[in-house]
Design a protein. Structure first.
Length: 279
């Protein structure tokens, strides 16, 4: 997994933005280290503001949080910028959450994106820190973003791929249990549904308790070239069960020609278009 990841991103420069309260310049090449009391470690945060952000002192924008920022942020930020220019997406504040380096990301994401602790059958060594990472997003990062930038809190999106996709669904499950709404939109690209003996299969039952007026929207995808037994079929079964609840907006599907590492960026862009399409 790590070798594929390194090959896939070789040559890409990190694209990031430091906080600017009133400036047209929205880019900076250095991610910000943010120490989390919940995780007890530093996460590295990157930000891209809309092109028009400095043109107004009152307009507010939706926030999009993308996990695995070392890998996904630079590509996604560039795509969103072009889609913004072309009118294919509205102006968005994009936040990448990652780690000090790409090398450390591969191990720490296992610590932060999975909950509960791994079973022996998972063949992973992780204590299940996903709940602590969720608390970091909910109690530390999102309040900081809202206090720094002109945001709207009613239409936030969480984007995750693979273990990050698992975490996006876990966050939705946690919100359903707690009756909270930190995020209203979720993209789970090739989520690792098999983890912890299909722990996420309880999600449809919990979504039955969600008020339809809460407008939760979910975009779930999987690559057709992924393992049929452990990846494709479990994702299809889960989405079918979620659709039957009738309580969330659901889109996505199988990208027949794509493998596991290919689904993230396409799913993110298409999911954002689904969430923020013009009325």
């Amino acid at each position: 997994m790590q070798s594929k990841l390194i090959i896939y991103v070789f040559g890409l420069a990190l694209y990031s933005c430091q906080p600017k309260t009133s400036s047209h310049q929205a880019t900076d090449t250095t991610p910000r280290a943010v120490y989390s009391k919940a995780v007890k470690d530093s996460l590295y945060v990157q930000t891209q503001l809309p092109l028009e952000y400095g043109d107004s002192s009152t307009k507010r924008y939706p926030v999009v949080v993308v996990l695995d920022g070392n890998f996904h942020f630079s590509m996604l930020a560039a795509s969103i910028r072009q889609y913004e220019k072309a009118g294919l997406l509205p102006p968005l504040i994009v936040i990448g959450v990652g780690y000090k380096s790409l090398a450390t990301m591969d191990s720490l994401r296992v610590r932060d994106y999975l909950y509960p602790a791994a079973l022996p059958s998972d063949e992973l060594k992780t204590t299940g820190g996903g709940e602590l990472f969720r608390q970091f997003l909910s109690r530390e990062l999102l309040p900081s973003i809202d206090s720094t930038y002109r945001t709207t809190t009613q239409n936030r999106t969480l984007l995750g791929h693979s273990f990050g996709g698992y975490f996006a669904l876990y966050t939705l499950l946690s919100q359903a249990n707690r009756k909270t709404r930190d995020f209203q939109n979720f993209v789970a690209a090739s989520p690792s549904v098999w983890y912890h003996n299909f722990y996420l299969n309880q999600l449809p039952t919990q979504l039955n308790t969600v008020n339809r007026a809460d407008s939760v929207r979910l975009f779930v995808t999987v690559g057709g070239q992924e393992n049929a037994q452990w990846d494709v079929k479990p994702v299809q079964n889960l989405t079918t069960a979620i659709r039957q609840t009738g309580n969330v907006g659901l889109a996505g599907g199988v990208y027949n020609q794509l493998g596991h590492m290919d689904t993230g960026q396409l799913s993110f862009v298409k999911g954002l278009q689904y969430f923020y399409q013009s009325p």
